[in-house]
Ligand binder design. Structure first.
Ligand SMILES: *[C@@H]1O[C@H](CO)[C@@H](O)[C@H](O)[C@H]1NC(C)=O
Ligand SMILES: *[C@@H]1O[C@H](CO)[C@@H](O)[C@H](O)[C@H]1NC(C)=O
Ligand SMILES: *[C@@H]1O[C@H](CO)[C@@H](O)[C@H](O)[C@H]1NC(C)=O
Ligand SMILES: *[C@@H]1O[C@H](CO)[C@@H](O)[C@H](O)[C@H]1NC(C)=O
Ligand SMILES: *[C@@H]1O[C@H](CO)[C@@H](O)[C@H](O)[C@H]1NC(C)=O
Ligand SMILES: *[C@@H]1O[C@H](CO)[C@@H](O)[C@H](O)[C@H]1NC(C)=O
Ligand SMILES: [Fe+2]
Length: 472
């Protein structure tokens, strides 16, 4: 898509013009980046109070709550169903079937609790249901024996390079009034995301005294209205670490790990914080910004072995999720993703990752296709350069959080930054076939969602052409 030059970017060119080498680099970009002029009235992100409608406990003794699903295997024919019962363990059975009044099948899960300082969780159930038919509606029920609650989901089509499929994208959601607007807009979006790619920072319970885990429960009840009906693909963020030695809590990620299961073993991972799934025409790799990723570490070895396994004739789109962005031109979390970028960016270019989604920065930003892999300490080539084998980097940490928007941006806007705006919102990545995907970011403008940034993606394996010639 064509974008006009902003004054910031022109200033950048003038500054760069003083250095001949830098000018060569910058002049390779055909278009200048844009800093949106949209200004929100309120950027505070106030939490919804405990008695809010979205946190209501379902009726009935021991009624299951916080119901959520995620993919349960590597290629989408299994689902992990999770829920919490408050009063007693109750049944870990999931009843399911193709007809609402005929739940023929059942599977039994496991139940456990955990303690966090002086908080004790409810009874957390996880049950994997397998061998589902592709592209099919299933109804399921949990709470057998007491208050039965029924939900449904649709399995993805069988994996294939041209299968159309629509992903939603939210990061740093939290449980503020803005979080509720983001989720509502996602639900109302005409393009209808079928699976949520969630890029980390879920509940922000850790901002409460003693990381009050009651706020993990309220978050689970708040998101149920979406996460019980479509899988949310989880990424761990810094607000999931919950490391508080002052009160004796020294096991990182304890609440997250207990509540949100992912199918990591199916992709040969040894940890729930990094794993992969195939879904429709996409291969999705989830990375852990807060687990070791240096050379020789388990995550490094896993990713090194994982990338060559991606078969673009089977899954044409290669998408990576992580929490901390590698390219970020806001004055928040500046360069926090840098050490991981140094480790893995050459692989992303080599294996032609289509797009990387990250959160963490409470704002929105989309990059050009750029890489910074030439730098080797001594050669001084430390500027990101246009690179058609490189992914587009998108920061979508603007779900609603609890700490307010990140409004302070580095100036001038770097040339590699195509579009940036500090507003809450969500995005949709709509795969059409092996060559084309339509991407759009929807800003939460007070009552309704506005498509504020969009782009046609050309697949890096099947059609590795410059997208700036595509019009939206
Ligand atoms: C959250 O959003 C839903 C759907 O728009 C609405 O019904 C509900 O009242 C909202 N709750 C709060 C606390 O904002
Ligand atoms: C319920 O579903 C099962 C399996 O799909 C089928 O064999 C059975 O006939 C159905 N029963 C009724 C009453 O529809
Ligand atoms: C946990 O301890 C805090 C203070 O240390 C207190 O305010 C809170 O009520 C306690 N919660 C429970 C469930 O005992
Ligand atoms: C890649 O996937 C295609 C389509 O499923 C298949 O025909 C081919 O054998 C696969 N290649 C490898 C190396 O597994
Ligand atoms: C924005 O961030 C820069 C760099 O950290 C800082 O110097 C500046 O004071 C900040 N501006 C505002 C308005 O907070
Ligand atoms: C892929 O989708 C794009 C966008 O909808 C369309 O223009 C193109 O013709 C499609 N390609 C094929 C081979 O169908
Ligand atoms: Fe974060």
């Amino acid at each position: 898509m064509k974008r006009s030059c902003s004054s910031n970017a022109l200033a950048a060119i003038r500054v760069a013009g003083a250095f001949a080498a830098a000018l060569v680099v910058f002049s390779d970009f055909c278009d200048a980046g844009k800093t949106s002029a949209f200004v929100r009235k309120d950027d505070k992100a106030l939490d919804m109070p405990l008695d809010s409608d979205v946190f209501r406990v379902p009726n009935g003794y021991n009624a299951p709550q916080q119901v959520h699903i995620t993919q349960g295997d590597h290629d989408g024919s299994a689902v992990i169903v999770s829920w919490v019962t408050p009063d007693e363990p109750g049944s870990s059975l999931v009843l399911y079937g193709a007809f609402v009044n005929n739940l023929t099948f059942s599977a039994k899960g496991k139940v456990h609790r955990y303690k966090f300082y002086n908080y004790t969780s409810g009874y957390i159930h996880h049950c994997t249901i397998r061998n589902l038919k592709y592209d099919s509606r299933y109804y399921y029920a949990v709470g057998v024996g007491h208050a039965l609650r029924m939900f449904w989901f649709t399995t993805p089509p069988k994996v294939g390079p041209d299968v159309p499929y629509t992903f939603g994208l939210i990061g740093d959601l939290g449980q503020s009034f803005d979080s509720n607007r983001t989720l509502t807009h996602y639900e109302l979006n005409m393009h209808k995301g079928k699976t949520m790619l969630f890029v980390g920072d879920l509940s922000y319970a850790d901002n409460y005294p003693n990381h009050d885990n009651v706020r993990w429960d309220t978050w689970g009840r708040f998101t149920e209205r979406s996460a019980a009906y479509q899988p949310w693909i989880w990424t761990a963020g810094n607000h999931e670490i919950d490391f508080v030695p002052e009160i004796g809590e020294t096991e990182p990620f304890k609440p997250y790990k207990n509540r949100y299961h992912v199918p990591y073993k199916a992709s040969g991972s040894t940890s729930p914080f990094w794993y992969s799934i195939k879904r429709a025409s996409a291969y999705i790799i989830v990375l852990a910004s807060y687990s070791a990723y240096g050379k020789y570490t388990p995550q490094y070895k896993w990713l090194e072995a994982e990338l060559p396994k991606v078969n673009r004739s089977e899954t044409s789109w290669l998408i990576v999720l992580m929490h901390s962005p590698w390219y970020n031109s806001y004055n928040y979390h500046y360069m926090e993703g840098e050490t991981m970028r140094v480790m893995y960016e050459p692989w992303f270019v080599k294996y032609k990752v289509d797009v990387v989604f990250a959160g963490h920065v409470h704002a929105y930003e989309r990059s050009e296709r750029i890489s910074n892999v030439a730098y080797n300490i001594v050669n001084m080539e430390c500027n990101p350069v246009p690179d058609q084998s490189a992914p587009v980097y998108i920061t979508i940490g603007d779900g609603g959080n609890q700490e307010g928007l990140a409004t302070n941006m580095t100036q001038p806007q770097p040339k590699y930054s195509a579009f940036r705006e500090a507003s809450f919102g969500h995005a949709i990545f709509d795969v059409k076939n092996r060559t084309h995907a339509y991407y759009a970011w929807h800003r939460n403008q007070d009552g309704y969602a506005v498509e504020a940034d969009s782009m046609w993606f050309y697949n890096r394996f099947w059609q590795p052409m410059d997208e700036s010639s595509a019009s939206v």
